[in-house]
Design a protein around this ligand. Structure first.
Ligand SMILES: [Zn+2]
Length: 144
């Protein structure tokens, strides 16, 4: 399991993402420190979240490819209060939409030093244990 950055989120006992037939490969790779995305075998478009078809051309069975792990902050917000008791101890934390260099956008937390975070800042993936069996891809600002 990869090391988390200083300031990374602690494991969240009792919470686990759902690994289904489409997402199991994604979660397995995250556990090994790899961020996977899907690429269409027909049109070549990359996509996230995992699906059984291409969202652009509907071709079946997109392939998994490792993402670079680099992208930019598309949008972000600071979560200061949450109705979810499981996340209350984490507040405040930054939730962001990351645009990967490959194109797809995904939602993740920004961990580590996030002072003065702004849209379009470059980020890189980090992996944070969540519970006993899952590792969450999160992001950290480059150079911090
Ligand atoms: Zn396609």
């Amino acid at each position: 399991m990869p090391d988390a950055l200083p300031g990374a989120l602690p494991p969240a006992p009792g919470l686990s993402p759902l690994a289904d037939e489409f997402s199991r490969a994604y979660w397995d790779a995250a556990r090994d420190g790899t961020l996977l995305i899907q690429r269409c075998r027909s049109c070549g478009r990359c996509q996230f979240y995992p699906r059984g078809h291409c969202a652009a051309c509907f071709a079946p069975d997109p392939e998994w490819i490792p993402a670079s792990g680099h992208g930019r902050v598309h949008a972000c917000t600071v979560i200061r209060r949450t109705p979810n008791a499981e996340f209350a101890a984490d507040c405040p934390y930054v939730l962001a939409i990351i645009e990967l260099d490959e194109g797809p956008r995904l939602t993740a937390r920004i961990v580590g030093d996030v002072g003065d975070i702004a849209c379009d800042e470059p980020v890189h993936v980090v992996f944070t244990p969540a519970g006993e069996t899952f590792v969450l891809p999160n992001f950290a600002l480059d150079g911090r």
